[in-house]
Design a binder for this molecule. Structure first.
Ligand SMILES: Nc1ncnc2c1ncn2[C@@H]1O[C@H](COP(=O)(O)OP(=O)(O)O)[C@@H](O)[C@H]1O
Ligand SMILES: [Mg+2]
Length: 230
């Protein structure tokens, strides 16, 4: 399990994350919901070590990772699909995928399982990343993260700016990763219906604090839709 304890983060003088406490159980899909600007992306950056944390601890499978550099967190099983996808527009689809394996020793070849999860990436493997639709780029970003064979996949708003049919495909793929491959998923979302459909567990963040949490099946009863409505 991933465990976050009393995490605090600042940008200049602004206190962005306030004593964040959160757990992400293994083999489940956990969603973190919250309006724009509440600190969701900042929390994910802290989890990956992209920004240092001021105070608090992050543990993964019992080991403290909060002072590890990002590449060591990746080596210990974490992978990250950033908000906005960050695809290399001038590299081909296949090259974008291989970049995701750069931290590993062997593969300079894309394993079949990635193309089985996202057949569209096989069809388009020689196209430039920049020529793909937003939804295809999102699938590519997820495929790239899976190249490091993670145990914990962290995604930041994968549905942002994507057409509904691909959103459904992405949802199915995430459930498949959890149910068939035993992966742990932490999904940051603002799209309530998508989150509700997928979540085993949920957390809600507001102004840098965790303000609610529980089982996915309780989201409706706990009024989460209203908590994140704009
Ligand atoms: N690099 C940065 N420097 C200064 N302030 C930032 C930076 N990144 C984000 N912020 C601020 O931190 C707060 C949280 O941002 P963010 O974590 O991106 O929220 P969310 O992902 O929930 O929309 C916002 O008020 C945002 O303006
Ligand atoms: Mg964000």
């Amino acid at each position: 399990m991933l465990e976050v304890e009393s995490l605090n983060q600042y940008y200049g003088g602004s206190h962005i994350l306030r004593d964040v406490r959160m757990t992400v159980p293994e083999g489940k899909l956990t969603v973190l919901l919250g309006r724009n600007g509440v600190g969701k992306t900042t929390l994910l950056r802290c989890l990956m070590g992209v920004v240092p944390t001021k105070s608090g601890t992050i543990s993964w499978r019992g080991a403290k990772i909060s002072s590890m550099p990002t590449h060591k967190r990746v080596a210990s099983g974490l992978a990250y699909v950033p908000q906005g996808r960050d695809i290399f527009g001038r590299l081909t689809v296949e090259e974008n995928l291989i970049v995701g394996a750069a931290s590993r020793k062997a593969p300079s070849k894309v394993p079949d399982r990635i193309y089985e999860l996202f057949p569209v990436l096989r069809d388009m493997k020689n196209r430039r990343g920049g020529d793909l639709s937003g939804g295809q780029q999102q699938q590519l970003a997820i495929g790239r993260a899976l190249m490091s064979e993670p145990q914990l996949l962290i995604l930041d708003e994968p549905t942002e700016g994507i057409q509904p049919s691909i959103i459904q495909d992405i949802g199915r793929t995430l459930r498949q990763l959890v149910e068939d491959m035993g992966m742990t998923v932490l999904l940051v979302e603002q799209y309530y219906d998508f989150a509700r459909e997928l979540a085993d567990r949920y957390w809600v963040m507001s102004r840098g604090e965790i303000v609610a949490g529980g089982a996915g099946s309780e989201m409706e009863a706990h009024g989460v839709r209203e908590l994140i409505a704009v």
